[in-house]
Design a protein around this ligand. Structure first.
Ligand code: MG
Length: 388
């Protein structure tokens, strides 16, 4: 049998950076979805891919994958604690290495691997995420998990703590099998049934990869969308991978006029291209809100403002003051203030006493517009009325 593949990574329609990376070529396939904000997520996912490309061919693939994951984890954690600006970065990793007629998979995080065989689609990785945990416990359905506000919280990621171990599984391949590795920017937006249809219908892997990313964009493109598609076909076994056959991508660029948004096998960065040097920081996190920090901060600010306005309104409706309207002394509810011409107070009771006829010391008390209670204010108003 022979493996043929296609791969596409797209920045999506909302993000300003592509933090996903992939490897595709020869016998090695992987998708890594970085997180950590600024440039850190890209560094994390690229670092994981760089280590994967040094996998070598000596020994058991499962053991080699475990070792590479350990090394990549240590390196990302080191960068994250030593480099300013890279605090708490991390990455998912879903990697597959061919071994004869099998594929050995290593997996950390919530990127996914699916297998289509005989028309049926099966997810062959288990998400390390909060919502997946809840689905396993029967507290959420798959559909609810897809729209859950905490669906991006992952419980295992490379570079976030020491001793991160991947799930490792082996899938024996059959001619006709089709596999997809993808980031949550695809699996979180494309329903499994649609994914199955596209995968089953595709005539060749690269077009299929494009079709899957197109579908993710059609459903909002809220996240970077990356897919590696592998078809198992009849033919001579390929000769293992040399670095030059491996595509390591995507190219880092932000969306701009006249630029292509996607990078695919044709435009990926070559294996020999070192990742751009960046300065990076210390610290780590357990649960990771991937790339949604801006939205979280905006949400918090809006919440604080709303709570402030609400609290203010409650306070304002509980205080009173005495003031003047024309020649009448009036009890008002609210603060004696006007903002942009809008008064903070409303009339509650109009007295009968004439302001002009009041004793100077009483006028002074009215002019002071001191805050008071309703009862106190009414008592004052009555006392003025009886004066008049
Ligand atoms: Mg993602």
């Amino acid at each position: 049998m022979r493996l043929i593949h296609g791969a596409v990574s797209d920045i999506g329609l909302v993000r300003t950076q592509n933090e996903d990376s992939f490897v595709a070529g020869g016998d090695l396939f992987a998708v890594c979805d970085g997180m950590g904000g600024a440039l850190a997520g890209e560094v994390a996912s690229e670092t994981a891919c760089r280590f994967l490309m040094q996998l070598g061919s000596e020994g058991e693939p499962a053991e080699r994958l475990r070792e590479v994951v350990r090394q990549a984890n240590a390196e990302i954690l080191k960068l994250s604690t030593e480099q300013p600006g890279m605090t708490g970065m991390g990455t998912t990793l879903t990697a597959a290495v061919r071994q004869g007629d099998s594929l050995v998979l290593a997996h950390v995080g919530d990127s996914r691997a699916y297998l289509l065989r005989d028309g049926a689609l099966r997810q062959i990785t288990e998400d390390h995420s909060l919502v997946a945990e809840m689905v396993r416990q029967g507290r959420l359905t798959l559909e609810q998990a897809m729209v859950h506000p905490h669906r991006s919280v992952i419980t295992r990621a490379l570079g976030t703590e020491e001793g991160v171990e991947p799930d490792v599984t082996t899938v024996s391949l059959e001619v006709g099998d089709r596999l997809v590795l993808c980031s949550d920017g695809v699996s979180g937006l494309v329903l499994e049934d649609r994914l199955r249809q596209i995968l089953a219908a595709g005539e060749e892997p690269q077009a299929t990869a494009h079709e899957l990313v197109k579908e993710a964009l059609a459903h909002g493109g809220y996240d970077n969308a990356t897919v590696v598609v592998i078809f198992v076909v009849q033919g001579e076994e390929s000769e293992g991978c040399t670095p030059s056959q491996i595509v390591f991508g995507p190219q880092r660029r932000t969306l701009g006029r006249g630029q292509s948004r996607s990078s695919d096998l044709g435009s990926g960065v070559s294996a020999d291209t070192p990742p751009p040097g960046r300065s990076v920081s210390g610290g780590r996190w357990r649960r990771l809100y991937k790339g949604r920090r801006v939205w979280i901060i905006t949400g918090i600010v809006v919440l604080v403002i709303l709570v402030g306005i609400g609290g203010m309104a409650v306070f304002n409706s509980s205080v009173y003051h005495v003031g003047v309207d024309g020649d009448h002394v009036v009890l008002y509810r609210g603060l004696p203030a006007t903002v942009f011409g809008i008064p903070f107070f409303t009339e509650v009771e109009v007295g009968t006493a004439s302001y002009r006829d009041l004793e100077p010391y009483l006028r002074e008390r009215v002019d002071a517009r001191e805050l008071t209670t309703k009862e106190e204010g009414q008592r004052f108003l009555r006392s003025l009325d009886s004066e008049g």
